[in-house]
Design a protein around this ligand. Structure first.
Ligand SMILES: [Zn+2]
Ligand SMILES: [Zn+2]
Length: 149
């Protein structure tokens, strides 16, 4: 029967840049999860630190390389935030335009009512962003007639 020297998982890990994070997950054999990259650090293999070659908590990671990783991640995060802000701004602009269009249309249709003008003809202009047009038909609206047949 083999006997392992049971190592206990550390509570806090410090990466090569000196940043500290608490270990969130441990296993009964003393293995634990790297709080920086979520790789398992296996006690049975005698590992006492993260061995992930891409992780800042791997003691073999050069400090300059770790700093570069952190900077790249920070830049990506800034870019993501910028993209989100832009999308939000576009959404607001679209909503604002929709509100203005519906207010403008309410005004034009009220004006049609006042003048006894044709709401269909007015709407055709409105739809194509032309200035409002107020027409009075003697017989019904030819556009209405066209759409009916
Ligand atoms: Zn790691
Ligand atoms: Zn008409």
């Amino acid at each position: 029967m083999m006997h392992f020297h049971r190592m206990s998982a550390p509570a806090v890990i410090r990466d090569v840049l000196g940043r500290e994070r608490a270990v969130q997950r441990t296993w009964p054999d003393g293995s634990w999860e790297c709080p920086f990259c979520y790789s398992a650090v296996i006690a049975e293999r005698g590992e006492a630190a993260c061995r992930n070659p891409g992780c800042c908590a791997n003691p073999d990671m050069p400090i300059a390389a770790a700093q570069k990783l952190v900077d790249t991640a920070a830049r990506a995060e800034r870019e993501r935030t910028e993209r989100e802000k832009l999308a939000e701004w576009r959404r607001e602009a679209r909503e604002q335009e929709a509100r203005e269009r519906s207010a403008a249309w309410a005004e034009i249709s009220a004006e049609c009512e006042r003048r006894g003008a044709c709401v269909h003809c007015a709407h055709e202009h409105f739809r194509s962003y032309r200035p409002p047009r107020y027409v009075r038909h003697r017989k019904g609206c030819p556009k209405m007639h066209r759409t009916r047949t």
